[in-house]
Ligand binder design. Structure first.
Ligand SMILES: [Zn+2]
Length: 305
């Protein structure tokens, strides 16, 4: 104990009490400790602290301290004392909250299955398939959602991640264009392996907008999607192959079609198709009516998909 003017008096008090107790019957000492333990416990447990972030779950049991004071018997001296234990009332919720924070997904609250708009028949089917995928807890299947831009792919994939987080799985969100740039900047440095380690210590990896490399224009008119470079393809293969080898759950969204994917790289497309199977290798056919950005931009403008 470091003695400062503030705690010298505390120390002196404890010392006096200790000396006093040497000459007291044990029952009396016990009763004295019991009383002070009860008071200290009451004091600690009644403190309410503000939550760190506004979306953090609040808890009336521990007053957001995530710990509660309990009484235990200190065997060595056979006296009651205080022990701080994790609050069981909010521990599960906090674990899930922290997994959500660590995933890097900012839209878990808004991008849920319940919030997914099922205006068109294909959306009803997709929602059912995504729910089914998220429900099978023991599976390490992949979920690949391709096609039409702005059709809510990111929303649905995020909702799946939210469900997997509730099953206490560790999720890592990678926005393809950002991660690609980041990994390329780390090439030939030790940080490159560290980044892979950071990604693959998770159970689930969500690659959003795979092979997004911008649009091709002709006289200011969009005529298609730019093709990924050989380096982009190598990196994608490295990520996908490692997920394959390590039996990670992979969730992929991409504006590319199945045909595009096979044209870009057969090995990548083959792996995705094999692990996602008939059931979860999905493509939303190109159709402007399926683009909520054209139809419903106001309501969904914060969701990218
Ligand atoms: Zn609590």
């Amino acid at each position: 104990m470091n003695l400062t003017p503030n705690n010298i008096s505390e120390f002196e008090k404890a010392k006096c009490e200790f000396e006093e107790e040497q000459n007291m019957p044990h029952e009396e000492v016990f009763a004295r400790h019991e009383k002070s333990v009860a008071e200290e416990m009451q004091k600690f447990n009644s403190i309410v602290v503000a939550v760190q972030n506004e979306d953090e779950p609040g808890c009336q049991v521990c007053g957001n301290k995530r710990q509660v004071a309990v009484r235990e018997i200190w065997d060595l001296v056979n006296l009651p004392r205080i022990k701080l234990v994790q609050c069981q009332s909010c521990a599960g919720q906090i674990k899930i909250y922290n997994l959500g924070k660590m995933s890097g997904l900012d839209n878990l609250k808004t991008c849920t299955f319940l919030e997914y708009t099922t205006r068109l028949p294909f959306q009803i089917d997709l929602l059912q398939t995504a729910r089914r995928f998220a429900k099978t807890e023991e599976s390490d299947d992949w979920f690949v959602l391709l096609g039409q831009s702005g059709s809510g792919k990111t929303h649905l994939c995020t909702a799946i991640c939210g469900e997997l987080i509730k099953q206490e799985k560790k999720v890592c969100y990678l926005r393809w264009a950002v991660e690609l740039k980041h990994l390329k900047s780390l090439a030939n440095t030790p940080e490159y392996d560290n980044e892979f380690y950071r990604i693959f210590k998770n159970d689930v990896i969500f690659i959003d907008d795979l092979f997004k490399c911008g649009n091709l224009f002709e006289k200011d008119k969009k005529i298609g999607l730019a093709m990924p470079t050989d380096a982009d393809i190598r990196l994608a293969f490295e990520l996908i192959d490692r997920a394959y080898a390590e039996k990670k759950i992979l969730i992929i969204s991409s504006e590319r079609t199945k045909t595009d994917l096979f044209e870009i790289d057969e090995a990548i497309a083959g792996r995705l198709k094999q692990r996602a199977g008939q059931e979860y290798f999905l493509e939303i056919k190109k159709d402007k009516a399926k683009n909520y950005r054209h139809n419903d931009t106001k309501k969904r403008k914060d969701i990218d998909g």
